[in-house]
Design a protein around this ligand. Structure first.
Ligand SMILES: Nc1ncnc2c1ncn2[C@@H]1O[C@H](COP(=O)(O)OP(=O)(O)O)[C@@H](O)[C@H]1O
Ligand SMILES: [Mg+2]
Length: 365
């Protein structure tokens, strides 16, 4: 496909998506009345409190994907010179900024990353996810981001908005805008979480989103570099990524040479759940039902809202020893922004096909 064709097609889809968005109703109006209420739920606090009192499991039980931990040599060098040290939650109290919830992290406890977060194991049974810096032009910032921008008070607490006002007081305009963008991003992460949780409550793991301060050590001193970032803490999962159940993967690369440079290759999987020992039929049936529910939700989101839930094989984990499907990455993209223009008209179908193959490998029926 010629580059100009791709451009024209994407442009047409953006125009269409704009019309569709004006008609959106089930996400923003009815199903999710108050985002602020749903993220301050008691059960999240209770579960996380309990996790805080439990020591983290050993590293070989955690779903570490060594490919996701690989970095370029420039990155590795940077991490050696300025190693991460710890993070705090930052909020607004007593008329000023207030740091609490000390969380020690290091390069050794780095579990992995996707496109948007660095994930570290904490010493207790939780992980911390520190957002990577992105620009407002990032594909993540689509129509849902615009919802947050329009009504930030639905997604951020009063205290968070007060924190922004306090921190931004002495800043120049561009700095101020970038800080506000980070707060909107925090709201966006919550929004994604609530959408998935409302629809698949039992598959979602408890997650708390907050504004945090990440510290790196400065070489030859006891000082630190600090950076404000949206963060979240989550229960630590023990288990395997869906792709680890896969036997062999055939590499599929986009045909367009230019796109090959930007888009990572995808893999076609053949699954074999048998490689993890004998699993009871009842357990397999339950995983199958959960996966089918996930597929139905993904299809509905794509069809009714033109939104794509990012359910590729690195974002799905089967826990061990329980063998349960769990969702821990809730990113949702506008269809026209998720598509790389690779001739794939329904990107959600690609993900669903892989999951269907996985279900087939159970040998039920
Ligand atoms: N709760 C968790 N427990 C254990 N490992 C996790 C957890 N959440 C994420 N990870 C690991 O970190 C990787 C990246 O996390 P993810 O939330 O998908 O980040 P991103 O939004 O950047 O894709 C995952 O593929 C997984 O290997
Ligand atoms: Mg991910």
């Amino acid at each position: 496909m010629k580059f100009k064709d791709i451009y024209l097609r994407v442009k047409a889809r953006i125009k269409k998506a704009k019309i569709d968005l004006e008609e959106r109703s089930f996400l923003t109006k009815d199903a999710i009345k108050s985002i602020v209420d749903s993220f301050s739920e008691d059960w999240i606090e209770k579960t996380l409190q309990k996790a805080k009192e439990t020591l983290a499991p050993s590293f070989d039980e955690i779903p570490i994907d060594f490919q996701l931990r690989q970095s370029s040599w420039i990155r590795k060098l940077y991490e050696r010179i300025f190693p991460v040290s710890h993070a705090f939650r930052i909020s607004y109290r007593y008329g000023r900024e207030y740091l609490d919830e000390y969380m020690p992290i290091s390069n050794d406890t780095f579990l992995g990353r996707g496109s948007y977060k660095f994930v570290y194991a904490l010493p207790w049974k939780m992980v911390i996810k520190i957002s990577k810096s992105i620009l407002p032009s990032d594909p993540l910032c689509g129509s849902l981001f615009k919802d947050v921008q329009k009504q930030p008070e639905r997604f951020l607490t009063r205290e968070e908005i007060a924190l922004y006002e306090y921190l931004s007081k002495k800043m120049m305009k561009p700095q101020k805008e970038y800080l506000w963008f980070k707060f909107l991003r925090l709201g966006l992460e919550r929004y994604h979480y609530v959408i998935v949780k409302e629809n698949l409550p039992d598959l979602v793991i408890p997650t708390r989103f907050f504004m945090g301060m990440r510290y790196r050590n400065k070489p030859f001193s006891n000082n630190h570099l600090e950076s404000i970032r949206p963060m979240d803490v989550q229960l630590m999962l023990t288990g395997k990524h869906l792709k680890e159940f896969a036997k062999a993967g055939k590499k599929i690369q986009p045909r367009n040479k230019l796109l090959q440079l930007f888009k990572p290759p995808t893999y076609q999987f053949t699954f074999d759940i048998g490689s993890f020992g004998h699993i009871k039929k009842k357990v397999l049936i339950k995983i199958k039902e959960d996966l089918l529910r996930l597929i139905r939700f993904t299809e509905r989101l794509a069809k009714e809202e033109k939104l794509i839930l990012d359910i590729h094989t690195e974002n799905l984990i089967i826990t061990i020893p329980e063998f349960e499907l769990k969702l821990f990455d809730f990113h949702i993209f506008d269809e026209h922004l998720y598509d790389y223009g690779d001739g794939i008209l329904n990107p959600e179908k690609e993900h669903i096909e892989v999951i269907e193959k996985f279900i087939e490998s159970f040998g039920l029926e």
